[in-house]
Ligand binder design. Structure first.
Ligand SMILES: Nc1ncnc2c1ncn2[C@@H]1O[C@H](COP(=O)(O)OP(=O)(O)OP(=O)(O)O)[C@@H](O)[C@H]1O
Ligand SMILES: [Mg+2]
Length: 155
């Protein structure tokens, strides 16, 4: 069942990110991030990376397709499908399944551009802009691994 978390400010989002990092660090996860421009998809990714002790600078992967961060507790892969051409997308979507296996954490911003080629076992996070500092996070999971991970969030 989907559930939602209201973050009144960036500090609340920090706390949520810390819990999320703890919940995913044992088994990894494939995470799809939905929400308008400026909703906070990259901000959430950055904060989760911070709590996974990623040392590299986490930036929006808009123009490089994918960023990889190997210095943290688990490897993190960060996609942004928004600015990819159709051709680029078809190359990537065939590979997305590989990023859902093993103890790795994958974030996909603008996952709606994946043309329904998402791995079955995944966590979806819809981030809604409420006002300048307030955001609503709606979590949904598909598959045993992701269902268990969201249970560990304890929300
Ligand atoms: N409670 C909050 N949670 C998350 N971000 C917040 C919050 N309050 C303010 N912000 C700010 O909102 C902005 C979100 O921008 P961000 O780049 O993460 O959006 P995005 O969803 O990745 O957009 P894009 O589609 O362009 O990639 C950041 O500047 C962040 O600091
Ligand atoms: Mg972004």
């Amino acid at each position: 069942m989907p559930f939602s978390v209201l973050c009144n400010n960036i500090e609340d989002t920090e706390k949520l990110s810390e819990k999320f990092a703890k919940a995913v660090c044992d088994n990894g996860a494939f995470v799809c991030l939905f929400g308008d421009v400026g909703a906070g998809k990259t901000a959430f990714t950055k904060l989760v990376c911070k709590y996974l002790k990623v040392k590299e600078k986490v930036t929006s992967p808009s123009f490089v397709i994918i960023n990889e961060y190997k210095s943290g507790i688990i490897p993190v892969y960060h996609f942004d499908l928004y600015r990819l051409e159709k051709e680029g997308i078809s190359t990537i979507i065939n590979e997305l399944d590989e990023y859902s296996e093993g103890r790795i954490l994958t974030f996909v911003e603008w996952a709606e551009f994946s043309q329904n080629n998402l791995p079955f076992d995944r966590i979806e996070i819809q981030i809604n802009y409420i006002d300048e500092t307030k955001r609503e996070f709606i979590f949904t999971s598909f598959g045993d691994k992701s269902n268990n991970t969201l249970k560990r969030l304890g929300l």
